[in-house]
Design a binder for this molecule. Structure first.
Ligand code: GLP
Length: 258
């Protein structure tokens, strides 16, 4: 796991550099897209590069991580609407190149199986963008999620509904109770995982993710078992990292081995 402690306003460009490099070598790369506020800075930076003609997603495909169950299509809080607004509409993906799980599918279990199959038939995800919840969830894999889990229906934790109520005009009751989410096992198959976390509210989750015991209590700790994970955090999200000095030193020295 590579831990990069960086100024918040540089994180978007650092990840956009990785994405641009991937697309240069592989224009038909498969991206994994996360919703939430954390990835916005990445999407802004990639959209700016596409706007300047420096990179293109015209041949790329993408899969989103998760979706609420039961929000009407086009609902402003539906993750499909959010990712279209925050990213897809601002770049040059081909029509139909971005897919997400359908939280209104008549058979949610069949939809989950079909979603995993679609990711596999696309050749798997080359670069997966992730945020992290304050309780250590990734996508909507709440504490207690199986490390082997596949895309499935989950019940949202009370804390996640409280955290996400800000997108529903502060009304916790308006936040759906269920979701579809890629499983931890699904996410772990991505070839490179880039997790972004900023703000003091993420400090404990980041500490557990990087330095805690691997446990379903903090689902993101499964990433310690992935061979290529980059964690980008600002100073406040890094505040509880015991080995922060080492991570800063290793990052400053990276040019010596690349
Ligand atoms: C939601 C999403 C996660 C996201 C998390 C944190 O629960 N399902 O994918 O990582 O929120 O969001 P934010 O980045 O807004 O803090």
């Amino acid at each position: 796991m590579e831990v990069v402690i960086a100024a918040e306003d540089t994180i978007g460009d650092l990840v956009a550099d990785e994405i641009a490099e991937l697309l240069e070598g592989r224009p038909d790369a498969v991206l994994g897209l996360a919703t939430g506020s954390s990835p916005l800075r990445i999407y802004d930076a990639v959209a700016a590069r596409v706007g300047r003609g420096e990179t293109s997603l015209a041949r790329a495909r993408a899969f989103t991580l998760d979706e609420y169950v039961g929000l009407a299509p086009g609902h402003p809080c539906s993750y499909r609407t959010v990712i279209d607004h925050d990213f897809v509409s601002r770049v040059d993906f081909a029509p139909g190149a971005v897919r997400g799980p359908d939280g209104n599918a008549p058979d949610l279990f069949a939809e989950c199986r079909a979603y995993d199959a679609a990711i596999a038939s696309a050749g798997g995800v080359d670069l997966q963008i992730l945020g992290i919840g304050t309780d250590g969830h990734i996508a909507f894999n709440e504490p207690g999620s199986s490390f082997a889990s596949r895309t499935r229906v989950k019940t949202l934790a009370a804390q996640t509904r409280i955290d996400n109520a800000r997108f529903f005009e502060g009304d916790v009751e308006a936040v759906p109770t269920h979701c579809l989410t890629q499983g931890l096992g699904t996410i772990m198959e991505a070839r490179h995982i880039v997790l972004v976390a900023t703000g003091a509210g993420k400090a404990e989750a980041v500490h557990q993710l990087v330095e805690g015991a691997v446990s379903a209590r903090w689902p993101a700790t499964i990433l310690q078992h992935h061979a290529r994970v980059t964690v980008l955090v600002d100073d406040v999200a890094a505040a509880r990292l015991r080995l922060a000095d080492y991570y800063r030193h290793a990052y400053a020295q990276r040019h010596l081995v690349r």
